[in-house]
Design a protein around this ligand. Structure first.
Ligand code: FES
Ligand SMILES: [Fe+2]
Length: 339
């Protein structure tokens, strides 16, 4: 019995249009001398970096005998298969077959499948077909004045759409993250509106929040109620969120969250957090905080059925404070990224 089927009876497969979107596949810092395996939309990939520092993403399959190239090595500007030592260059072309008596006889068919790749914001992004939507602009993550921390990545047994939706969900804060992100005494979701511009949803909210705790002094506010936190969101379809937090002054935080659609029932959340204050604070403080938050969400979201967001509005019950979830479903359909 196929384990995927038995575990996820209600997952319906990834929409083909997702192949032509950028998705995160690795943190840039993870990809150094050794090739790194990844999976995107059910496709096994290998991420590797050549001697000039450029990242490459190939199908994780040697055409000779189907061996995983991610088990191999990188030598200069070539990735070397671990089984018989065939060498592939950045274009995907095989440039050396050690078993050949005449090294010039490498057949043109000997190729690895290469995919679109771009490295930005400390993340390697890949697209399986020509990407039709751009990455967001996040100048904070490219500024000298901001310090950036990588968290996770957070691997969940659900579709990327559920992980993204959870990141947009306001109603759960007092229940799932009491004392950390929400105040159980104040569960009412403040009014907010969503403005959809093509493939980007914009919305913002000013909400009461929990005070900074002694364990996790990560935010720039000191007290519970004043100042309040203003959160400005951009949700870039299909699975990327840019969140800017402010407390009315110069101090700000920037969250870039992108969920990698590993398969229809698996995802991996990449989170880069920038801040322009507390610059001396060790990265672990923020990382440990996010690990706690994401762990609290994980068990809830992994329990949701179906594993993928049902994009038909009739499928779940939406109230006014679920405005983002409704707009997300509409926009994903309008942009033909979901059925
Ligand atoms: S399987 Fe890769 S070189 Fe033979
Ligand atoms: Fe949460």
């Amino acid at each position: 019995m196929s384990s995927t089927q038995s575990e996820s009876p209600s997952a319906r497969g990834n929409h083909p249009a997702l192949r032509s979107c950028w998705h995160p596949v690795a943190y840039a810092e993870e990809v150094s001398e050794a090739p790194v395996p990844a999976e995107l939309l059910g496709e096994p990939l290998v991420v590797w970096r050549d001697s000039g520092g450029a990242a490459h993403v190939f199908s994780d399959l040697c055409i000779h005998r189907g061996t995983a190239l991610s088990l191999g090595t990188v030598d200069g500007d070539e990735i070397v298969c671990p089984y018989h030592g065939w060498r592939y260059e950045a274009s995907g072309a095989c440039v050396a077959i050690p078993q050949l008596a005449d090294p010039t006889r490498v057949p043109a068919k000997a190729r690895a499948t290469r995919y679109e790749v771009v490295e930005r914001f400390g993340i390697v992004w890949a697209a399986l077909e020509d990407p039709r939507l751009p990455l967001p602009d996040v100048p904070e993550l490219e500024s000298e004045e901001w310090r950036t921390v990588s968290c996770g990545p957070y691997e969940w047994r659900c579709d990327a759409s559920r992980q993204v939706e959870n990141f947009t969900d306001f109603g759960h804060f007092p229940f799932v993250h009491p004392g950390l992100l929400g105040d159980p005494e104040r569960p009412v979701v403040p009014a907010h509106e969503v403005r959809t511009e093509g493939s980007v949803l914009h919305y913002e909210i000013v909400r009461p929040e929990a005070p900074n705790t002694d364990d996790f002094p990560v935010f720039a506010n000191v007290e519970t109620e004043v100042p309040e936190r203003r959160s400005r969101y951009e949700l870039h379809l299909p699975y990327t969120i840019v969140l800017r937090l402010g407390w009315g002054g110069e101090e700000g935080m920037l969250y870039l969250f992108a969920s990698q659609p590993v398969r229809e029932d698996r995802c991996k959340g990449f989170l880069r957090i920038g801040r322009n204050y507390n610059l001396e604070q060790p990265d672990e403080v923020l990382r440990d905080f996010e690990d706690v938050i994401f762990d609290q969400d994980k068990r809830i979201v992994e329990s949701q059925r179906p594993e993928q967001v049902p994009f038909d509005l009739a499928a779940e019950l939406h109230l006014k404070f679920d405005a983002v979830a409704v707009a997300y479903r509409r926009a994903m359909r309008a942009e033909r990224l979901a059925l």
